[in-house]
Design a protein around this ligand. Structure first.
Ligand code: ADP
Ligand code: ADP
Length: 237
């Protein structure tokens, strides 16, 4: 469970990224955050794995306030909370398989990870996750030889290999054409339904949000201006 309690974030230049946000996200939910560019969607998502640090309030994950986390606490938070980015963030010159295995790094000792020593189980898990997003045939291809949609599927396989309890996706389809966007959203939704991983996705198209979300959070100028099931989204909101 994720709880935002009177959470605010002011960037060093004075911009208010979040303002008094109160939101509880329960286990297993598929939440889509919508809003115009600059509304605070990315700040909301990045607070949850502490890529940014809120300046006021509390942010509880499984009943622990994560705002003071440093060092190993922060590393284990980022293993438990996986992230998918708009531009995939794959290691371009590395193989698809190595990219997916990187999902295990948070679980492997530092020395092992320096030498890229992965166990048989790690490799089996990585392969199985590539199969779940139907990209296992590209195993030995370099990441930058794949299309955008294929790269995003690899990044989904990587995040699954991390065995997260939560998945954050920051504009995961913003660089993709509509058919490919739907394909990626379907994989995210399917994984949420099959594995029960709590999933929070930023989108800037309301139509796409309505199609996949269980619950929609609308943001404007750092504030939550709507929070409810898709059935409650009206023309005005
Ligand atoms: P969205 O994801 O909805 O586009 P963001 O969370 O990226 O919105 O941004 C919210 C507001 O915070 C915007 O006004 C943006 O310009 C500002 N902002 C984002 N990151 C920073 C930063 N590192 N420093 C200063 N302002 C920022
Ligand atoms: P996105 O919409 O994907 O969040 P942006 O183009 O808004 O990407 O931001 C790119 C980077 O610049 C991010 O790291 C963000 O935190 C930072 N950023 C965004 N707006 C500002 C700003 N007004 N001042 C400083 N940094 C910013």
């Amino acid at each position: 469970m994720i709880q935002f309690k009177d959470l605010s974030l002011v960037y060093p230049n004075g911009t208010q990224g979040l303002k008094d946000v109160n939101v509880t996200i329960n286990d297993g939910e598929f939440v889509v955050i919508v809003g115009l560019s600059g509304a605070g969607k990315s700040t909301f998502i990045r607070s949850i794995n502490r890529l940014v640090t809120p300046t006021d309030g509390e942010l509880l994950i499984d009943d622990e306030d994560i705002l003071g986390y440093k060092g190993s606490k922060l590393r284990s938070l980022r293993t438990k909370v996986g992230m998918i980015f708009q531009n995939y963030n794959l290691v371009k010159r590395s193989s698809v398989f190595k990219n997916v295995l990187a999902g295990r790094l948070g679980h492997t000792g530092t020395l092992r990870s320096i030498f890229n020593l992965f166990s048989k189980e790690d490799k089996a898990l990585a392969y199985q996750n590539l199969k779940r997003v139907n990209i296992e045939e590209k195993l030995y291809n370099r990441a930058d030889q794949l299309s955008g949609g294929q790269q995003q599927r690899v990044s989904i396989a990587r995040v699954l290999t991390q065995k997260p309890d939560y998945i954050l996706a920051d504009e995961p389809v913003a660089s993709l054409d509509p058919p490919t966007s739907h394909q990626v959203m379907k994989y995210l939704k399917k994984i949420n339904q099959e594995d029960g991983i709590t999933t929070i996705v930023n989108l800037h198209f309301i139509d796409m949000a309505m199609e996949y979300a269980d619950r929609i959070i609308g943001m404007r100028a750092g504030e939550v201006v709507f929070d409810g099931p898709v059935s409650e989204v009206s023309e005005e909101t």
